[in-house]
Design a protein around this ligand. Sequence first.
Ligand SMILES: [Zn+2]
Length: 497
Amino acid sequence: MAAAAIVLPPTPLTPPTYHRIISPSLSLPTNEALPVPVGLLACQRDPLLRELSTSVISCTLQNNPSQAEGAKSKKKASSTTAGTKEKTYEVILHDTVLFPEGGGQPSDTGVLRIEQGVELEVVEVRRVGGHAVHHVRAKDELLLAPGDKVTTILDEKGFSRRLDHMCMHTSQHLLSALLETHLELPTLSWALTTYPTPSYVELPRALTLEEIARIQSLAHTLAYEGRAVHVEVEPLAEDNRPGVATVASGRTVGKALPQDYTGGVKRTVVIDGVDRNPCCGTHLPSLSNLQLFLLPQTESLTRGATSTARLFFLCGPRLHVHLNSSHNLLTKTAGIMSCGAPDVPERVNQAVDERRRLDKRAEELEAELAKIVSAQLLVDPSNETVIKRHYHRNDEPSRALGFLQCIASSCLSSAEVSEKKYCFVLTSSPVSQTSTSVTSVLIVSPDEKLVKMVGDLLKSEMSVRGGGKGTRWSGKWVGVWKDAKEGKLVEEILSRV
Ligand SMILES: [Zn+2]
C-alpha cells in the first residue's frame, strides 16, 4: 500500500468569534481617511494576522531622534555621500497588524511595504493617545503622503517576537487568574522580560512548592482542554475614563486605563470559564499548546516595610529555549561525570565530598611539611645574630600564599627558637610562568621593625605590591621569577638589613 501523503494543516487562523464588539453603539471605523483607534486595531482584532493593506493618515520626520540615531546619522553624513544617512519617520496609518506597546507587552517590529514593493523597517510602534505611531526607518529621501496605499507586515522575525510576547502575556493572565481564584493572591505587577529570560508576577508572598505544583497542574489541565480566549470590546464608560485610577502594568492595577489613552474603547480579555481582565494586549485565541512552567523558587523583595515575592514563569518559545539549555547542561555534566543523566546529582555529590576530603588531607600534609621547612630555615650553623633567609618554591597559585602563611605560623610558634632573631622572605611562583604570572611574597620575623624595613625595600626596589602589620608582610610580584635575578635581589636586600 502506498504511503499516505502528509498534508500539513493550514496556518492557524483566528476564529471569527475571537473579537466581539458587544455594544450596538460601537462599530469599526471604515473611513480610510481616519485612524482606527488603539483598542480596535487589526492586531487586536486578529492576533494571527500577518499582513494588512491600509492607507497612510500622516507621515512626519521624527522631530526628536534618539541620541544614538542622531549620532549615527551625523557620523554617516560626514563620512558618506548625501542621501545614504538614515532617517526615521513617524507614520500613522488607518489600521495596522503591528501592535503598539501596552499592558506590559512590548511593541512589535515589522515591515511597511510601500509602492513598487519597497519595504521599510518598522523599528517600533508607540501608542500616543489613541493612535498607533509607527517609527519607520527610511533609506531614501521619501515622504509618504496621506492616502498612499501601504501594507503592514509582521515578517518572520517580527512574528517570532510577537508569538513569544503573546505566549507570555496570555500565560500571565492565566497564571494571575489561578493565583487569585485558588490562593487568593492578587498580582501586584508583572514584567514581560527580555527574551528568553523568565517573566515574573509580583505577589504579596512567596509560594510553597506544593502551591507551585498545584497552580502548574491547574494551568496544564486548562491547556489540555484548549480553553478558548476571546476579546470583548465596548465603548468606554464614564466611570472607566482614563484618570479614574492610576495605571501600572499588573493585572490588578491594570484594571484601569492609561491616563493618556484617548481611543474611547474598553477591551476585556476573556479566558472561557477562567478569567475576565481589561487589557489592550494581543492574546492567543486558545490556551492549547500553552504549557505553563513555573520556576520552583520565588525571589523575595523588600521595599521599606513591605515585602513581596516574584514568581517566575516560562511558556511557548522561551520554555523550549529553557528545556534545550537545561538538557544540554545536564548531558554535558553527565559526560564529564561519566554517568547517565539520572545519576548526575549523586556523582556530583560524591565528587564534592571527595574534594573536601582531599582538601583536608592536603592541609594536614602542608602543615606537616611547613614544620619541616621552618625547622630547616631556623638551623643556624654560622651562629648569626639575625638569621636571614630567602626560601623559594613552586606551587599551584590557588594554595601558594596559604602554604607560605602555614610556614610563617610554624616559624613564629616554634618554641625552641623564641630567643633567636630571624627574618625570612618566603616566595612561591607557579610551576609554569608567563609574563602575567603572580609570585606570592611573604615576610616573617618576630621583629616588627625588620618586617617593615624589608617590606619597604621589596616595594621600592623590586616593585612588589603588598603590605602588612606586625610580624608578617604579604605581597605579590608579577612576571617570570628567576632565581638568578629576583632570587638574588631578595638575598641582597636581606643582607643589607
Ligand atoms: Zn494583559
